[in-house]
Design a protein around this ligand. Structure first.
Ligand SMILES: [Zn+2]
Length: 411
């Protein structure tokens, strides 16, 4: 088996058709993969990795084999001894292409300690014991809600919408926004209090919540001035999920971020976030632990959410990668993965001799992939992805056109 596995393998990946995914003629994933795609079908995510729900497959002597099985049988050869030992014989990350035409649910991910506890007490909703740090890199652009806005921005927002002010009530308001300057710590404490008041009221006064939501919607629909994208998101969400969705008001408390191509955001534990629109590369630790808070019909665990949320004002920074020759490196913020973007001019070459597992995806262009110091080679092009097993000690990519490649390694 040793010799058969000592080469880069093309990956055959699963497309997930979640409802928020883009559709033809705008669907990004079919276009990337060079397939026709079907009408009225949502192309939401492409999963590249060994997640048990949709593991990638590789071809070994004409048979398609699950990457999952292969890693399970030959962890040291595929992952390399170091990674296999460190991550319990599992691929530690999941790599995705995500194409959102509509907003995903607002969610936050637990820390490792929280995930262990959640999995123990509620394994049905928290399927593993892992945390889920993730990075989202815009391929063209990305609009996202990420982290709470600053305390003062929230105050301004609340004052701008009498429907929200009315829902919170005068007593809560004067407590949340006292007429004195607050320290940073006090500000995040007030943010926490504000969000908890919101969630508490949506549950204790559901009728008032729905009336307030509908009143705001009515006013926004009838007003003459142009609506903000946040207000449009509010109206879309109302139409899709009904007036009791807890995200309807809380989406006004989150920061709206717009990324340009190549820019990224890193989502650490407890950061509330929702991707709203765009095509992105996403990489995360291999976990399914998600705590949802609105913009969805799926299971929502608001009680857990309150305990895990990070109330730091404006916690998410827009990341620009650091260039080193033809490679753009995104910062490493977790032990499970690091990601970079290669921009190769036509006719350039990269040689890798790290002897470490890696997965790469070609976003643009074509070229030649060779290994065993050019003994073996094959053509590679846009939309294809490869796994380089830990056992292979060298490979080279030679571009035959300008190429853009994302690659994930383990730091
Ligand atoms: Zn997430």
């Amino acid at each position: 088996m040793h010799d058969i596995l000592k080469k880069p393998f093309r990956l055959y990946n699963t497309i997930q058709h979640y409802k928020w995914g883009s559709t033809l003629p705008d669907a990004f994933i079919p276009q990337l993969l060079g397939i026709d795609g079907e009408k009225n079908t949502n192309y939401a995510e492409l999963w590249i990795g060994s997640h048990p729900n949709a593991p990638s497959k590789i071809k070994i002597e004409d048979d398609l084999v699950s990457l999952n099985d292969l890693i399970h049988r030959f962890p040291d050869l595929i992952l390399g001894k170091y990674v296999a030992d460190r991550f319990n014989n599992k691929l530690p990350f999941l790599f995705k292409v995500l194409s959102a035409a509509e907003a995903l649910s607002i969610q936050a991910h637990p820390s490792k300690g929280q995930a262990e506890l959640l999995h123990k007490t509620d394994p049905q909703h928290y399927p593993d014991t892992n945390h889920k740090p993730e990075i989202a890199i815009a391929l063209d652009s990305l609009t996202a809600l990420a982290g709470f806005a600053t305390y003062y921005q929230c105050h301004k927002t609340v004052l701008r919408y009498p429907e929200i002010t009315g829902f919170l009530g005068r007593d809560a308001l004067s407590d949340l926004f006292p007429l004195r300057k607050l320290s940073r710590k006090q500000q995040s404490e007030k943010l926490r209090q504000m969000y908890q008041t919101f969630i508490h009221l949506t549950q204790t006064k559901p009728g008032l919540y729905q009336r307030s939501v509908n009143a705001l919607a009515k006013r926004l629909r009838s007003q003459q001035i142009r609506r903000s994208s946040r207000e449009n998101l509010f109206l879309d969400t109302l139409k899709k999920y009904g007036s009791s969705d807890v995200g309807l008001f809380s989406l006004f408390l989150l920061r709206m971020i717009r990324l340009k191509a190549g820019e990224a955001i890193a989502i650490t534990p407890g950061i509330p976030h929702a991707y709203v629109q765009g095509n992105i590369i996403e990489c995360m630790a291999n976990s399914d632990n998600v705590v949802r808070a609105g913009l969805t019909k799926k299971f929502q665990d608001t009680r857990t959410l309150m305990t895990i949320l990070d109330y730091t004002p404006n916690p998410v920074q827009i990341i620009k990668p650091i260039q080193s020759e033809n490679e753009y490196n995104y910062p490493v913020f977790t032990s499970e993965f690091k990601i970079s973007r290669l921009e190769l001019a036509s006719g350039s070459q990269i040689l890798n001799t790290t002897n470490q597992l890696e997965i790469f995806l070609i976003i643009n262009g074509f070229g030649i992939l060779s290994w065993d110091y050019n003994e073996n080679k094959e053509k590679i092009s846009k939309g294809q992805s490869y796994i380089v097993p830990g056992i292979l000690d060298n490979y080279t990519i030679t571009s035959r056109s300008p190429m853009t490649i994302f690659r994930v390694q383990i730091p």
